[in-house]
Design a protein around this ligand. Sequence first.
Ligand SMILES: Nc1ncnc2c1ncn2[C@@H]1O[C@H](COP(=O)(O)OP(=O)(O)OP(=O)(O)O)[C@@H](O)[C@H]1O
Ligand SMILES: [Mg+2]
Length: 241
Amino acid sequence: MHIISSPNAIAVEALSHSYTSGNTSTRILSDLSFHVDAGQTVALIGRSGSGKSTLLNLISGLEPIVDGEVNIGGRPLSGLSDSQRTRLRGTQIGFIYQAFNLIPTLSVGDNIALPLALANVELKEQKSRLATLLEAIGLSDRGNDFPDQLSGGEQQRVAIARALIHRPALILADEPTGNLDALSGRMVLNLLTELVSEQQSALLLVTHSNEVASVADEVLLLEQGNISTLNKQELGASAAW
Ligand SMILES: Nc1ncnc2c1ncn2[C@@H]1O[C@H](COP(=O)(O)OP(=O)(O)OP(=O)(O)O)[C@@H](O)[C@H]1O
Ligand SMILES: [Mg+2]
């Protein structure tokens, strides 16, 4: 049987990024290239301030690319207009933000179901997906509450459910277990990795935890603007990032 290879879920090519403040330009990312395939979990580690969130913002199209290229499912982001990038993000990408970004005026259930507004999914199916996800994150009885009635860890789980409900091809997760106790962290990690294998999504996961990174197929270290691949032994030998 001849198998046609599908494009990488994410392909980053010679990507650089600087922030400018006054006359000073600080280079954060320097000529990065790597890819993540469908069905693959890649962990991204690196010290605070090394540029992990910046990289996710560029990959998701939130931050415009000025130097290099990011391809999502084979489509170059730099060729897309703002509205095309927004649509791509809304349909193909599930983004779990470091700061949750829940909408305070919407209930937990409405926050989670928000990405389905862009997707062509029947109401019955929407309700069933919502119920399944609420149960998976252990918040079945909190669907009608509002974000400010939830603890930080509970809000983080809602943000995770919201990133998964439209079954995106690509999940970008910025420290998704950062505010969770060990048990909730494992629950969330299982939910993410199960989804990756069931739906053949690609998962790029920023973490400071070696335990979390060790479940990934590959571990990338971002250091002084450069990316290197760590093997499991190097990961075990390093301090927590
Ligand atoms: N909008 C911005 N303007 C100027 N500098 C910025 C901006 N956003 C981030 N930076 C700087 O870029 C660097 C990388 O920030 P980034 O948020 O990507 O780090 P990070 O690796 O995600 O860190 P953490 O682990 O603390 O979340 C930091 O020095 C930060 O101060
Ligand atoms: Mg960050």
